[in-house]
Design a protein. Structure first.
Length: 210
């Protein structure tokens, strides 16, 4: 089974993807993470993508397809995957049709103001990539998994957040119609567990029908 997760930045898409990946054995593919890994390794592709990312703009499609196709063609993806952060435009969705079949698309819904609030207080671990939020219970400023001090991503700063959410609204939301024949909607206003529960039920019932 191959899934796409749609949802604005800060909607909790990444956390939902991790839960699905753990319980359903699907590989989580985040194009944002792939770019950040490529930057960390100082690869040409990552360095080309970096300036766009820091401004909160979309990376050009040739670079994005290159990094996605490399990942998707690895053997572990044969058991199924969840795309988190791809596609982000109709053009990318059309290109995806050439390389993979998508069974379902989960749209994570959260109002604009709430996305801004969550992104502004989001902090990331530079070592393991785990994310936390300054407003969450037990937040210490250090990673809960590996203890490394957390930092604020450049693109989680106010100017970039505004651009990212504008780009999402304009370029990515048309995908909701594009995938209307296989769409499952969920609100992420509650806790991560509240968001995951209906998705887990939906996916588990599919399994039973087979
Ligand atoms: P994310 O971690 O998903 O918020 O992605 C961080 C940044 O990586 C985005 O703001 C874009 O600059 C870039 N990026 C990630 N996925 C894509 C994509 N599918 N198309 C273009 N740029 C992307």
């Amino acid at each position: 089974m191959n899934l796409i997760l749609l949802g604005a930045q800060g909607s909790g898409k990444g956390t939902l993807a991790k839960n699905i990946s753990r319980d359903f054995g699907l590989v989580q593919i985040s194009t944002g993470d792939l770019f950040r890994e490529s930057i960390a390794k100082k690869e040409k592709l990552g360095l080309k993508a970096q300036a766009y990312m820091n401004r909160g703009e979309l990376v050009p499609i040739e670079l994005t397809l290159k990094i996605l196709n490399e990942r998707i063609s690895k053997p572990d993806c044969k058991k199924g995957f969840i795309l988190d952060g791809f596609p982000r435009s109709i053009e990318q969705a059309e290109a995806l049709k050439e390389v993979a079949n998508i069974d379902y698309v989960i749209n994570v819904e959260l109002p604009y103001e709430e996305c801004v609030a969550r992104l502004t207080t989001r902090r990331t671990c530079p070592n393991c990539g785990d994310i936390d939020n300054m407003t969450y219970k037990g937040y210490t400023g250090n990673c809960r998994k590996c203890g490394t001090p957390l930092f604020q991503r450049d693109d989680d700063k106010p100017e970039a957040i505004k651009t990212r959410l504008e780009v999402y609204e304009k370029t990515t939301t048309p995908l909701i119609n594009f995938y209307s024949d296989r769409l499952f909607k969920v609100s992420s206003l509650g806790t991560p567990e509240d968001t995951y529960r209906p998705v887990k039920d939906f996916l588990s019932n599919l399994g039973r029908k087979k």
